[in-house]
Design a protein around this ligand. Structure first.
Ligand SMILES: Cc1ncc(COP(=O)(O)O)c(C=O)c1O
Length: 387
């Protein structure tokens, strides 16, 4: 039975073949550390890491490639921002669609005197931006917002939120886990102070890669999450003040970063907007195919019904059928891999009206095909109409 992978919101698969090749080549031939080794292989690897920073800086319209900080995933990046920026007495705004990568560190920080408010979201996952300004308090310091929901794909109006933040003197941090590599993000155009990204989803890199791009000057307001050796300023026991070293202690995930570089290069070779157009075309096909099942009351869609303002992520419930059972049958009988449950985003499910039971999530990626969509629809037909 062929494997039909429709869980790209969790991690993208497959990747362009050159991603794994770069990891393999580094592991078998590179084999060095950077900022530490005084020999050519180390210099060559350093050059490629620099190039990866540059590709990321260009992708997000960042200020400078030194402002690109590598972490092991967006969760670490968000922890760095939340724990490094907020102090007792600070208040921050988030949306009611956030992933636990934002909510758990934030709730943890409430134990240290930090407060937060949620900007409400509608049942389709969209942000009630008109309610945002009334939630701003004198001690509000930042807004942290997912760019698109990992549950249902609804895209947030980052440009408008950025404008409000700029006007009200708030820092604006974007969780780009679901959109980096798929939707355009401009730190300049969207008035963003920090973009947190993960390397293994839309950027098509290996797991264990991710990072942050910081606006100039933000590093002075941010305490490092970790400290240690950087290969620079080895004479001192103080954390270096300059970027990226201030936030990059310890050895980097070099195999991962070189793989990520290949994912970025592959994306750069695609016509502008092509990956999004491909994912939305598949989403449209899927939504159209679901319509008869929905009309028969066998499927209930969560989130947006059309293609406007969304990514290639679709969440649905199967009234009358145990969703875990449906997911199990999709996999075991048809090879179709999806994710059921609450998707690390309880608040999002509350907004969408799918709490506490959750939903089944189908997520399309750069390499998903029409045949994958048709197979998923055919399998749902059998499972939902069957005895
Ligand atoms: C919106 C959002 N934020 C954060 C994360 C966490 O990503 P990672 O596990 O790569 O840190 C995810 C992953 O599903 C996500 O969808």
């Amino acid at each position: 039975m062929p494997r039909i992978y429709l869980d790209n919101a969790a991690t993208s698969f497959p990747k362009p073949p050159q991603v794994a090749r770069a990891v393999f080549e580094f592991m078998t031939q590179g084999g060095c550390n950077i900022n530490r080794g005084g020999y050519q292989t180390a210099y060559d690897t350093e050059e490629q890491v620099f190039d990866t920073r540059q590709l990321l800086c260009d992708l997000f319209d960042g200020p400078d490639c030194k402002n690109v900080i590598f972490t092991k995933n967006v969760t670490e990046s968000l922890n760095l921002l939340i724990k490094g920026f907020l102090h007792p007495g600070d208040h921050v705004l988030v949306s009611a669609m956030e992933h636990n990568a934002v909510m758990r560190p934030l709730v943890q920080m409430t134990g240290h005197g930090v407060e937060f408010s949620r900007i409400p979201c509608r049942a389709d996952g969209s942000l009630c931006i008109e309610q945002m300004e009334e939630l701003i308090r004198p001690n509000t310091r930042a807004v942290i917002l997912t760019h698109a929901s990992n549950v249902c794909g609804t895209v947030m109006p980052i440009r408008q939120v950025g404008e409000i933040c700029r006007r009200r003197g708030l820092r604006f941090f974007v969780d780009a886990a679901q959109t980096a590599g798929v939707l355009p993000i401009s730190m300049i155009g969207d008035l963003i102070d920090a973009v947190a990204f993960t390397g293994h989803k839309g950027l098509l890199g290996p797991q264990g890669t991710g990072g942050l791009v910081l606006a100039d000057g933000l590093e002075k307001e941010l305490d490092p999450l970790l400290s240690g050796g950087t290969g620079s300023l080895s004479h001192t026991e103080e954390i270096p003040a300059f970027l990226p070293d201030r936030f990059e202690p310890g050895t980097l995930n070099l195999p991962g970063i070189l793989g990520l570089r290949q994912g970025l290069l592959w994306l750069g070779e695609q016509p502008e907007g092509a990956v999004l157009a491909h994912e939305l075309a598949l989403t449209g096909r899927f939504l159209q195919g679901l319509a008869p099942l929905e009309a028969a009351g066998l499927v209930r869609l969560a989130g947006k019904r059309g293609l406007e303002g969304r990514t290639g992520v679709v969440a649905l419930q199967t009234p009358g059928r145990e969703m875990a059972q449906v997911t199990y049958r999709l996999d075991s009988e048809f090879g179709i891999q999806t994710r059921v449950g609450l998707h690390c985003a309880p608040s999002a499910h509350k907004s969408l009206g799918t709490w506490p039971e959750g939903a089944i999530r189908f997520s399309f990626g750069a390499f998903s095909t029409e045949a994958d969509v048709d197979a998923a629809l055919a399998a749902l037909e059998v499972i939902l109409h069957g005895a």
